[in-house]
Ligand binder design. Structure first.
Ligand code: GCU
Length: 407
């Protein structure tokens, strides 16, 4: 085991985490004293001092620990993949974009799992465009009223339009790539048999090992499969694909970016518990709450840490550190206490230690920044005013960040 050397947040109420936490705590003075596993010491207790050593001695250990104990492992297995361009329009959105809808079919024997990728690429960019890629919650047609979008659900066209300010993103020279997360793993307790896990022989609960991945791992896997497609698309700069996600889909974007270093950068919008927020703070949503309410998101092993955070041999700053040295943006909202803004800030700040090994500046401020005031460089953080959501303000920061960091 790693020697625990980081000691934080000694607010005079030690070891409260043993107390049942089914009710969310919103009182900072009741955050338990906790110790985080150090980022630069491996399981044998060896301290690393360079990026090469970190990649050799620490990164693989953290990756397998998180796969085994939190997100779950995707089983090995062969399947076929087929790409089919369903529709393109070189003059979409009043001529600002080229839209494209591509069906990816994963096939194993008689079983097929189709997923439709919706793409808007900026026409002002000649050649390959950098893109933001992330899931939508409820259907491709929800991101914009564009009547050409093939619906993937019953939901209204444009219902989530405020979350996807396409005009702004395109004007900044970036494309948008999105997929309905439900096509990869339906986001409900009955989703497993209809998910891509079927390709790997997992059809029901009884097929799950304690460390088998469920929705979160399947969603991360799906982002990587979409990136496989983007590498074949002549209009996309596959070296500049930024994984982005809001909330549960932010957790998935982080886990995808942690595992698949082809993602050029990662943006976590209010990903909270099981995302950017430190679990050991047990502030807002906790492991017990999330694994009880969403037992199909993580692997079964994760549940054992509910109301038992002091036994966690890892925390979410390690997930963020796996993104290093690639640019990472972590964002919170002031009224989204469920996602623990302070826990998201601290996690991003601690992960910055690994960026330093690579010679990059992350977050250096000690205290939480003021609202609507991003801090940091290669790792940036903001807390905006308002509720749990992804807004135009958030996107404006991500665009500025992408332009500055993805040269
Ligand atoms: C719930 C869940 C969170 C999640 C959020 C979302 O609130 O408890 O963990 O991030 O949904 O995805 O919007």
């Amino acid at each position: 085991m790693k020697k625990i050397i980081v000691c934080l947040c000694l607010l005079g109420v030690p070891f409260l985490s043993a107390v049942a936490q089914t009710e969310a705590n919103y009182d900072e003075s009741k955050v338990p004293a906790f110790i985080l596993p150090p980022l630069l010491v491996n399981e044998e207790g060896k301290r690393v001092t360079s990026a090469q050593e970190w990649e050799r001695d620490c990164r693989p250990e953290i990756l397998s620990l998180l796969a085994d104990q939190e997100y779950g492992v995707m089983p090995a297995g062969e399947f076929e993949t087929r790409y089919e361009v369903m529709a393109t329009n070189a003059k979409a959105l009043g001529g600002k974009a080229t839209s494209k809808q591509v069906k990816i079919t994963f096939k194993k024997g008689y079983l097929e799992r189709p997923v439709v990728i919706l793409m808007y690429l900026p026409n002002q960019v000649k050649g390959k465009a950098p893109v933001f890629m992330g899931y939508n919650f409820g259907g491709n047609q929800t991101i914009h009223p564009d009547p050409e979008i093939v619906p993937t659900s019953e939901r209204e066209r444009g219902a989530a339009q405020s979350r996807w300010p396409l005009d702004k993103i395109l004007a900044a020279g970036y494309g948008v790539i999105t997929v309905d997360c439900n096509q990869v793993f339906p986001d409900n307790p009955e989703g497993l048999p209809k998910s891509v896990m079927r390709l790997f022989g997992i059809q029901e609960e009884a097929d799950l090992q304690p460390n088998t991945g469920q929705a979160m791992s399947a969603w991360a896997w799906g982002l990587s499969r979409m990136l496989d497609y983007l590498q074949t698309d002549p209009q996309v700069d596959a070296t500049k694909v930024i994984a982005i996600g809001h909330s549960r889909l932010g957790k998935a974007a982080l886990w995808a970016g942690a595992q698949d270093t082809r993602f050029a950068a990662v943006v976590s919008n209010e990903s909270g518990c099981g995302g950017a927020a430190l679990s050991k703070r047990a502030f807002g949503e906790t492991i017990d709450i999330i694994t009880t309410k969403f037992p199909y998101w993580f692997c079964k092993n994760f549940k054992a840490y509910g109301n038992n955070e002091e036994t966690l041999p890892f925390d979410q700053h390690e997930l963020l550190a796996l993104i290093a040295p690639r640019p990472l943006y972590v964002a919170s909202a002031e009224e989204d206490r469920w996602a623990d803004p302070r826990g998201e800030f601290l996690s991003a700040k601690y992960a910055s230690e690994v960026y330093r090994l690579y010679g990059y500046k992350g977050i250096t401020t000690e205290e939480m920044p003021q609202v609507n005031t991003p801090v940091g460089q290669r790792v940036t953080y903001h807390i905006r005013t308002g509720k749990h959501d992804i807004t135009t303000y958030d996107w404006e920061q991500y665009l500025r960040f992408a332009v500055a960091n993805l040269k």
